[in-house]
Write a protein that binds this ligand. Structure first.
Ligand code: ADP
Length: 504
């Protein structure tokens, strides 16, 4: 079975086949029970009913014959005799005849019933004869009529009735016995049918559940493996590959998944090596640029000092421009060098954030003093991270918070944090010029600045630096601000920035 479609067809097919088998088995057993019930309904019950009526008529007719001898003039007796002999008994004989017509010819009951019918017919004739004798007026003396009738009653009618009675009794015993046997058999069939239904339904359910479980398992398991694989790769484990057995569509999907992962990791390797090359280039370029910059800077210094007063206004003005531009370029080159070097420090350590910021405060003490800044922070946590990088991060954000300030306003910079499950979440809040919402996402790109150097000095590298540092710590950085209403820079740092253990 190669495809999911075939697996599903197999699962449903097995279930339907099992159910059909159960139905066939049930109908077989039901058929047997129906046959037994038919024997009871159409043979035994009607036979017992007819026999019972024979017995009743037999007794009644014998009594009528006896009574007729003792009271010959009773019209009531004569009328009843007529109804029985001309209507009821012939009708019963017909019913009996119809019934035995359905019996198998070799059935012993068939001959017994035939015997009853013929004896009954004869008895009717004899009873009628007896009545005729008793009712004739002239031919015999009364006593003689009685004698002849008594003899008829004793020698023929009584014997016939007794024979009928005997046959009826014997047949009743037979049919009662047969009824009992059939009912027991029917009962047994019903119990068996019940058992069959319970057992076969249980087996059917078990088989269906088993097949369904196996089918679902064979579909869900590879999906789960693919899902785990995708999760691991998305967490950064680019070397992870999935192994699926079988030859269905999911297996094909697994192969494609692995191919995709291969291309992905090749692309990442490419990007990484290109990035490294680029960083190397930036490092070398900025490093090599420092030397000529230093030369320009020192010569313009010499010119400024040694030719002071000897140059005209344009000359002095130009020299000042050269000095300022050189020093800006020196900052830029230094920042670029720091940026390209970031990430080389790969040793994680436990950092006391209060101590870290105290260090930053010392480094920025001159600016803090000049701007009269209030730097507020209190009981920050110990965190796991890259120390040099984190120091630079706080330094950039605090520096910006003091720098982008409204004129004449005392800068207030506050650093706070909260514990956010797998992350530390920090905020650096200022009361400065704020950032309009439409610029907020752009400022983290390298060289992106919202102001001229005249307004606020800078290189446009600081926040790009911060972004890179946050990536090293598997976190994210964003700003919440409104123009002229201060800014809060938020960032998260993974508690364990180790590559595989953090959900970013
Ligand atoms: P730089 O500070 O050298 O200009 P950054 O990369 O640090 O470069 O910042 C980029 C830009 O984002 C800044 O030029 C400024 O316009 C804006 N910015 C950064 N921090 C703040 C702040 N705290 N308040 C207002 N604007 C800010």
């Amino acid at each position: 079975m190669n495809t999911i479609k075939s697996k599903l067809i197999l699962a449903f097919g097995t279930t339907i086949t099992v159910l059909l088998l159960v139905m066939v088995l049930k109908s077989q057993y039901s058929k047997k029970s129906e046959t037994i019930q038919e024997v009871i309904d159409f043979r035994i019950e009607p036979a017992l009913e007819i026999l019972h009526e024979y017995r009743t008529f037999n007794n009644e007719l014998f009594l009528i014959a006896l009574n007729k001898i003792s009271s010959t003039k009773s019209d009531k007796i004569t009328n009843r005799m007529k109804v029985i002999t001309e209507v009821e008994l012939p009708h019963l004989n017909n019913r009996a005849f119809d019934l035995i017509a359905t019996f198998p010819p070799d059935d012993p009951e068939f001959s017994s019933f035939s015997k009853i019918i013929s004896t009954s017919d004869n008895a009717i004739i004899n009873v009628k004869d007896m009545f005729i004798i008793l009712q004739t007026n002239n031919d015999y003396a009364k006593i003689e009529k009685l004698n002849v009738s008594s003899t008829l009653l004793k020698d023929k009618i009584a014997l016939q009735f007794s024979e009928i009675d005997h046959l009826v009794s014997a047949l009743q015993i037979n049919f009662n016995l047969e009824s009992k046997t059939k009912k027991t058999e029917l009962n047994r069939q019903l119990i068996n049918l019940n058992k069959i239904i319970v057992i076969s339904s249980t087996v059917a359910i078990l088989i269906s559940v088993l097949v369904a479980f196996k089918t679902i398992h064979s579909i869900v398991k590879p999906i789960k493996i693919l899902q785990d694989g995708a999760k691991r790769i998305s967490k950064g484990d680019y070397e992870h590959r999935v192994t699926l057995n079988g030859k269905d569509e999911l297996n094909e999907l697994g192969d494609n998944f692995n191919n995709m992962a291969n291309s992905l990791s090749r692309s990442f390797e490419n990007i990484n090596s290109k990035n490294k090359e680029l960083e190397q280039f930036v490092y070398i370029a900025s490093h090599d640029l420092q030397e000529p910059l230093r030369t320009i800077s020192s010569f313009s210094k010499i010119l400024t000092e040694q030719y002071k007063g000897q140059l005209d206004d344009t000359g002095e003005h130009s020299l000042r421009f050269i000095s300022e531009a050189t020093s800006r370029m020196q900052f830029l080159v230094k920042d670029l060098m720091d940026y390209s070097r970031l990430g080389n420090d790969k040793s994680l350590e436990t950092i006391n954030c209060d101590e870290l910021i105290l260090g930053v405060q010392t480094d920025l003490s001159e600016l803090i003093k000049d701007t009269n800044t209030d730097l507020i922070f209190n009981e920050l946590p110990n965190i796991n991270g890259y120390k040099t990088a984190l120091r630079l991060l706080f330094q950039n954000l605090i520096n910006n918070a003091m720098k982008f300030q409204k004129k004449g306003v005392k800068p207030i910079v506050e650093i706070f944090y909260e514990d956010d499950q797998n992350f530390w979440k920090f905020g650096v809040k200022d009361n400065g010029i704020g950032i309009a919402p439409e610029h907020q996402s752009k400022i983290f790109s390298i060289f992106k600045r919202l102001h001229t150097n005249k307004e606020y000095q800078g290189t446009g590298i600081g926040l790009a630096h911060c972004q890179k540092i946050i990536e090293m710590h598997k976190g994210r950085i964003w700003v919440e601000s409104q123009k002229n209403q201060g800014s809060t820079f938020y960032f998260t740092l993974a508690k364990n920035p180790d590559i595989d253990s953090v959900l970013v």
